[in-house]
Design a protein. Sequence first.
Length: 286
Amino acid sequence: MAKFINPFTDVGFKKIFGQEVSKDLLIDFLNDLLVDEKSITDITFLDKEVLPEYMGDRGVIYDIYCTTENGEQFIVEMQNRQQVNFRERALYYLSHAVSRQGEKGADWRFNLKAVYGVFFMNFRLENMPHKLRTDIVLSDRDTHEQFSDKLRFIFIELPSFTKEEEECVTDFERWIYVLKNMETLNRMPFKARKSVFEKLEKIVDIASLSKEERMKYDESIKVYRDSLVTMEFAEQKGRAEGLAEGMAKGKAEERRIIAGQLKRMGMSFDAIREVTGLSDSEIDKL
């Protein structure tokens, strides 16, 4: 049984970063994310559901929505699977947060505060170089000089992080290591180096959850695991359909090789028979 909560669940992620009682964890993470750029001392959580500006507009719901003492806004999300128009969705969310800063009246002079989007992704972003961190800013295409610092996207591609505990060099890497491996850890690393991880250990200990919190967490785990199973099924179906397309031109030996691969993947005889055209007895011999 796991000792610590799974941060990829909705309940787990918000328990770590979305509570007033533990907001110093979010502050610490953001400072490590933007080390040598900013020093955030306090944040205020905003209503995660932003009401529409006009009747009939669609409201926006964020995982975590907060503002710093300087008025800069941060939207922090955990996404477990690729979504249609994921990047456009991120652009819409941040643009919405920028546009809502507009004040009615002749005295307002577009004195905008910066809006940051921090997107944890438990998948690889398509059509982009696969790396842990991708920072998107507004800059000149030729000179790369920054045009404005009021809009920034930070995508954190968790599958691209492969470092072990002893290989982590920066505090940002230590945060990513803990978050990515939390559910399998038996102890919380880095406590001697940084006290924030000692507080994190107490917050994410499953044994410390109240009965009500445990019920919500268990339901969140169920949703998370159902999502994983759905994604795995879709991937296997896609692979099977691709194999079936090539099967029409294949030879008997190729069909047997593919059937053997599908059998080792755990696919049912019915599905293998449908894809390869082999009989149950032929599949059984593989």
